[in-house]
Design a protein around this ligand. Structure first.
Ligand code: ATP
Length: 299
């Protein structure tokens, strides 16, 4: 019997993000190139004597109750399968919160995976994804991980070959943006055709393993909204490029910015500048990581 599982919930960045329109049900139709990065939260799942779900986190401002996405994920499977035994979830967050890196979705995906394993529920990856999308559009992708094209509201996934490895510098400025507000603002804007990223071209470049070409095709329509309100986003991108990033862009609805580097020395110098040096007032959280390309459940 499994009594304890330690899980890593990996964050994502968007190498490209396009919004095609708003559906009748209020969801947005998107096309995104998703990429998992090495930065992760750590989750411990324990079976406990008393029934119910207990959750604690290392961040005082995150919900310690049924509002937490990790709790919701556990609850969804435990109710469906009538699991009477209790569990305790201990969540240590490292992925920036409300930052465009799908941290909450990654936690929920890991808990779905973990409960399935701990209680021997026998759900396939596809069956976990079907349940995950009820809690959040990015959860199916967080179950799959690696490089993927995400379409529909995020539930239609096409795995892509892994991106060639490089250094990924992540910097989150000390501002918070509401994903909902960013999408609402975008709905009021009329975008030129040229504002839309060339997703098909990027898919093709990924299939050919052409890293520089992929970086040359970065594009995120949500940056037109968030970047306009917060010049710090462009400033961080400029710092990364000045230090030799092959390109830099905002992830998701922001405000996290990432830059790709092919030179470890250049990446390290940029990290130092944003973390401790003259550009450190621009960023609150800074991480140097890389791509994480191990899929879950053999997907
Ligand atoms: P996305 O990239 O999908 O837009 P995000 O980075 O904007 O995600 P998250 O960090 O996933 O946002 O979560 C944002 C909100 O969800 C916060 O308001 C937070 O209080 C709530 N939340 C609930 N559970 C979690 C969790 N386990 N981790 C982070 N946030 C959580």
């Amino acid at each position: 019997m499994i009594t304890h599982l330690r899980l890593k919930a990996y964050g994502k960045i968007n190498l490209a993000l396009d919004v095609l329109g708003k559906r009748e049900d209020g969801y947005h139709e998107v096309r995104m190139i998703m990429q998992t990065v090495g930065l992760h939260d750590s989750i411990d799942l324990y079976r406990i004597g008393e029934p119910g779900i207990r959750i604690e986190t290392n961040l005082f401002y995150l919900p310690n109750n049924e509002q937490n996405l990790a709790y919701k994920a556990a609850s969804l499977l435990m109710e469906e399968f009538g699991i009477r035994q209790g569990i305790a979830i201990s969540l240590r967050k490292f992925i920036p919160v409300s930052a465009g890196m799908a941290g909450g979705s990654a936690d929920a995906a890991s808990v779905l995976f973990g409960i399935n394993k701990m209680f021997g529920l026998g759900l396939s990856a596809h069956e976990l994804m079907e349940r995950g999308v009820r809690l959040g559009a990015d959860i199916p992708y967080c179950l799959m991980r690696g490089t993927a094209l995400s379409e529909g509201i995020g539930e239609r996934l096409s795995p892509l070959p892994p991106m060639p490895q490089c250094q990924v510098l992540i910097a989150k400025p000390g501002i918070s943006v509401s994903t909902k507000a960013v999408y609402e603002r975008l709905d009021t804007m009329k975008l030129e055709a040229s504002a839309h990223p060339d997703i098909d071209g990027m898919v093709d470049a990924i299939r050919r393993g052409a890293l520089l070409e992929v970086a040359g095709k970065f594009g995120n329509v949500l940056e037109l909204v968030t970047g306009k309100g917060y010049p710090v986003i462009a400033q961080i991108e400029q710092v990364m490029k000045d230090y030799g990033a092959i390109n830099a862009m905002m992830s998701g609805s922001g405000p996290t910015v990432f830059g790709l580097f092919t030179s470890p020395q250049a990446a390290q110098a940029a990290y130092q500048a944003l973390r401790f040096g003259k550009a450190s007032e621009l960023a609150k959280q800074v991480y140097l990581t890389n791509f994480f390309n191990v899929r879950q459940n053999g997907l």
